[in-house]
Write a protein of this length. Structure first.
Length: 533
């Protein structure tokens, strides 16, 4: 039945003049050797309706420019060292003289594409038929209307019918207005208005601007364009908000570590961004090492890099605290200058080891691609960062509330002197807190390696925003850090398309300053006698 349906579709196209200008000959192949493009078109149509394996092979060879004709009208498929008789498929020897490629022009290419699409419309798999309908939707070829009408009359799968109706409506509207076609064009306008999207908007805008169109059709098209524009703006805002959530998740990972070191120790660590940068480079090293040693684990390299980056950056953080920071407690200006100098040193070390150019951290296949949700395109890598940030925040809260180290850190944050008098070894807590903050920055580096360039300057892009998150949310408060990270991330990304990236940064900074003037301790200030005094 499918084969019979294909033959009927092709016959309808032939009669409609879409895939050829003459009827098929007795020998379906003979027209391919003709110098007349009309004969070639007719032969292509006849071969497609024939449906045999050899006919398909000849059409594929023609599309790939591997079909040749001899002086006596013989046809050969000549690809590389292989030569076959196009009619029989038997291996043969191609003549050395008089062999010419079958000529292909734009009209022939159009015929071949139409034949392929019509063939797919009668495929047994619904996925293939949907693909063919999507091809018809973008082509707008009036010659394919008979094929679409025939396919719609027999299609039973709702999803395929929907795509076929979209293709039919788009094809109808792409043609010049004709006498008696007003009702069909009005129906097509209404259907494409429901479909929406940029492709439909382009067609409807053309109809709305066509002075030869009927007034009611033009009015309907103008209304449809306005509706589609509104929906596109809404989806654009939602898309930017999703990007803002993923960016806010990276800021959350970076700022949680900064909130711990700043909240517990009162240290303004300007080298915190470099811990992110080291975490991203560790991710690349893990990926390269697994690729060279255990290639089978390469898809999971990003998961293996998570604990490695945390341990490496956490260890570096402990070393920095023990060798530099502990000598500068109570001297905030010197601490700021020392960590800023350290950040420059770390950048130069990485630049010397890996070079100044960007390196590529490969995204695994299971994090590639996206999920379409209406007009929203949810990329899997950004969605994974959202989930990862939530898991890290949950784990950190569990550590702070359910472990001895967490309780000691909270005690030192609220009242350092009282904690020391109660027997808590504050220097040890400081070292572990600094290491934990650096480890969290390393996790942020793992996440940011999937959506940003990895270079020695990576940390500089996030350090200022991370400090803003900590101050805006409330120093040492994780709930405040979460709220501030998401607010700043989403606010910036939503404003960028309207006022530009630079102006959006300035606007966010001005709003944060205005808020801090009224609420100096942020949205969620930490409570405690030592802090309040």
């Amino acid at each position: 039945m499918r084969k019979l349906g294909l033959a009927c579709l092709l016959a309808a196209l032939c009669l409609g003049g879409g895939l050829g200008g003459s009827s098929a000959r007795a020998d379906d192949f003979s027209g391919l050797a003709s110098p007349q493009f009309e004969d070639v078109s007719a032969s292509i149509t006849a071969l497609a309706a024939n449906g045999s394996a050899q006919a398909d092979a000849a059409l594929q060879a023609l599309e790939a420019h591997h079909l040749f004709s001899g002086a006596d009208g013989a046809l050969f498929i000549h690809a590389g060292e292989v030569c076959q008789n196009a009619r029989t498929g038997e291996a043969t020897t191609c003549p050395e003289e008089g062999l010419k490629p079958v000529r292909v022009n734009n009209r022939i290419r159009k015929v071949l594409a139409g034949v392929q699409a019509v063939r797919e419309l009668s495929a047994p798999q619904p996925e293939e038929r949907i693909k063919a309908a999507e091809t018809f939707y973008t082509r707008h070829d009036a010659a394919l209307l008979p094929a679409l009408d025939n396919a719609l009359s027999s299609e039973k799968v709702p999803a395929v019918r929907e795509k076929l109706m979209q293709a039919h409506a788009a094809t109808v509207l792409a043609q010049p207005p004709a006498e008696g076609a007003q009702a069909a064009r009005l129906k097509a306008v209404g259907f494409l208005a429901e479909v929406g999207g940029l492709e439909a908007r382009g067609l409807l805008a053309g109809v709305a601007a066509n002075v030869g169109e009927a007034p009611d059709v033009r009015h309907a098209a103008q209304s449809a364009v306005s509706r589609i524009d509104w929906h596109l703006r809404v989806w654009s805002v939602l898309q930017n908000a999703f990007y803002g959530l993923s960016y806010g998740s990276v800021l959350l990972l970076a700022a949680t570590g900064l909130a711990i070191t700043f909240g517990v120790m009162g240290v303004i660590n300007m080298a915190h961004g470099e811990m992110m940068m080291i975490g991203a480079y560790v991710t690349w090293l893990v990926q390269q090492g697994i690729k060279m040693t255990v290639p089978a684990l390469e898809p999971f390299a990003i998961l293996i890099a998570i604990p490695v980056a945390f341990v490496v950056c956490g260890g570096i953080g402990v070393v920095i605290e023990r060798s530099l920071i502990r000598f500068l407690y109570g001297r905030p200006l010197e601490t700021l200058l020392a960590t800023w100098g350290l950040s420059l040193v770390l950048q130069q070390v990485i630049r010397s080891l890996f070079g100044p150019t960007n390196i590529a951290v490969q995204t695994p296949a299971w994090l590639s691609g996206s999920i379409a949700l209406g007009g929203l395109d949810i990329t899997l890598n950004r969605l994974a960062i959202l989930v990862f940030a939530g898991l890290v925040l949950g784990g950190l809260m569990l550590v702070l509330r359910r472990t001895p180290l967490g309780l000691q850190m909270r005690a030192v944050t609220q009242n350092r002197r009282m904690a020391a008098l109660m027997g808590i070894r504050t220097p040890k807590v400081d070292a572990l807190a600094f290491g934990l903050g650096a480890g969290l920055a390393g996790l942020a580096g793992v996440a940011v390696s999937q959506i940003d360039n990895v270079s020695p300057n990576l940390g500089q892009s996030y350090i200022i925003d991370s400090f803003m998150v900590v101050v805006f949310g409330g120093v040492g408060n994780l709930w405040g850090t979460l709220a501030a990270a998401m607010a700043l991330g989403m606010g910036g990304k939503v404003l960028e398309p309207t006022i530009g990236a630079v102006s959006a940064k300035i606007a966010i900074l001005v709003l944060v300053i205005a808020y801090i003037q009224r609420h100096p301790r942020g949205m969620f200030p930490v409570r405690g006698r030592g802090i309040e005094s």
